[in-house]
Design a protein around this ligand. Sequence first.
Ligand code: C5P
Length: 298
Amino acid sequence: MRFRWQESSLVVDAPAKLNLYLGVRGRRSDGYHELETVMVSIGLFDTLRLTPAPPGVLEFSCSSRHAASDALPDSEQNLVVRAARLLIDAANPRCGAAIHLTKRIPVASGLAGGSTDAAAALVGLNALWKTGLTREQLHRAAARLGSDVNFFLDSNPLAVCTGRGEIIQSRVLRGPLHFVVVRPGSGLSTADVFRALDVSQLESPSDSTPLLQALGDGRLGQAARRLRNDLQPAAMGLNPQIARALAALSRGRTYGRMMTGSGSACYGLCASSRHARSLEAQLKAEFGGHAWAVRAAV
Ligand code: C5P
């Protein structure tokens, strides 16, 4: 998350994430699934502009910078507005806010666009309103908003996330990682993908330790062989375009490739930023402009 003041407005850049490892450990009694996942934040950002407004006023507007056709949920549903309401209920600030969201992260893609926007709203409004919520209070609010929101609160680019995804252990990212991300034609609902998952069919996976070791040692080929996503087969059953995206990443000679989160976006781990940028150009032509060369970096 990156912050800057522009006159009285606080502008927050909210990054997308990729799941380099997503192991599903089983279904829980609350209907969620127990996960072990490794997430990295990447340089593809939504932007929130938070401007002080009179007490009681909470305005929300949104503009989209990409052509993906999926609509945002309406503003009451939108996680940004829900995050602001949680903060108002918790801290009763003496002023309101006008919030403008510039969307660049495609929705329904497994890139956690809604979750990062919610985290940016929590942290940004906490600063704008000087509400003084502690890190623990922000984490509790984040977990109420969604399973992926907590990862973004601490702005550390690499973490192992467990529970339903909301328990975060930050890890050191030793060097930059280069990816190309491609989003095939249509998105997927997270709930639909988890519903399509047959937990009895999952192989018991090794944990994420070998992947983290390979990343830590800069052995990209080894790391690529350890990429994992237990949701990928279920998502591919719902959206045949995912296979097309993975095949294109394979032709592009990426070290390894995988779907992120519950899809439908997929990424390839690249040798360099140059490799990622050259693939971006090819994939943009094939996937209607929905490809991005990105970096995960400290
Ligand atoms: O937590 P979040 O609102 O992002 O989750 C969306 C849906 O994805 C949940 O309602 C649930 O159906 C599914 N989910 C799950 N297990 C998780 C995370 C999400 O089953 N660990």
